[in-house]
Design a protein around this ligand. Structure first.
Ligand SMILES: [Zn+2]
Length: 229
């Protein structure tokens, strides 16, 4: 079985995304971009799995379709209605919560209690199925109001960095498949559609070196850099 994981991602994440593929017989009117939307995979994934050199496909051709990410929220829709200050954001930073439980509201209360006047230090929280849905993306007030984060020590990165927190302690457990799918989709959307690829991807420990293990040893840092640079 060959699929997206084997093509794009190193072994660690491949296990997380047990991959498979299916076959699509090309019909009249099919295009690679249409199939990409239909199956939730990118045009380049379809092309590389099938060894296509161009975007030309012909009726009756059998195309292997890589297994897409598991179904998840429609990010574009979820974030629509929020006016993004595009000039501001130049980093996207991944975190874990370092706790087993939690959701945006619970962390918001904690952060307020710790004296952060804007509450929830992250812009987004991705649930693990305990206090919010598995892979559910919660939008924090700082994203809605386009306020700086409070998720790292480095001031410049707080000012310009979008903070995304996955619920869980990934020193001990692994992020769920749905959490990683939502994270990937969210960074794809923010970094691609919103920031037009003009940003730097990092995880917390790469920003605040020697101060944190966040997002934990089981977070697939290398695979995410393969994807996001
Ligand atoms: Zn962190």
């Amino acid at each position: 079985m060959i699929g997206i994981a084997g093509l794009l991602l190193p072994a660690g994440l491949g296990q997380l995304w047990a991959a498979g593929s299916s076959v699509h017989v090309v019909r009249k009117g099919d295009t690679l971009s249409g199939l990409s939307l239909q199956y939730g995979v990118s045009v380049s994934q379809i092309k590389s799995l099938n060894g296509l050199k161009s975007d030309m496909i012909r009726i009756g051709q059998k195309l292997k379709i890589p297994e897409g990410l598991p179904a998840g929220p429609d990010i574009g829709k979820l974030l629509s209605g929020i006016r993004v200050d595009r000039q501001r954001w130049t980093y996207i930073v991944g975190h874990h919560s370092a706790t087993k439980y939690g959701n945006a509201e619970i962390y918001n209360r904690n952060h307020l209690r710790r004296g952060m006047e804007n509450g929830l230090a992250y812009h987004f929280v991705i649930g693990n199925g305990i206090d919010s849905g598995d892979g559910e993306i919660e939008i924090g007030p700082r994203w809605k109001k386009q306020l700086e984060g409070g998720h790292v020590r480095k001031r410049e990165v707080n000012l310009h960095g979008i903070g995304i927190c996955l619920v869980g302690n990934f020193e001990e457990t692994h992020p769920s498949r749905k959490q990683m799918a939502s994270f990937t989709r969210l960074v794809d959307h923010l970094g691609g559609s919103v920031l037009k690829h003009k940003y730097k991807f990092a995880v917390h420990k790469e920003i605040d070196r020697n101060h944190t293990v966040c997002p934990g040893r089981n977070f697939p840092v290398r695979a995410m850099h393969e994807r996001f640079g």
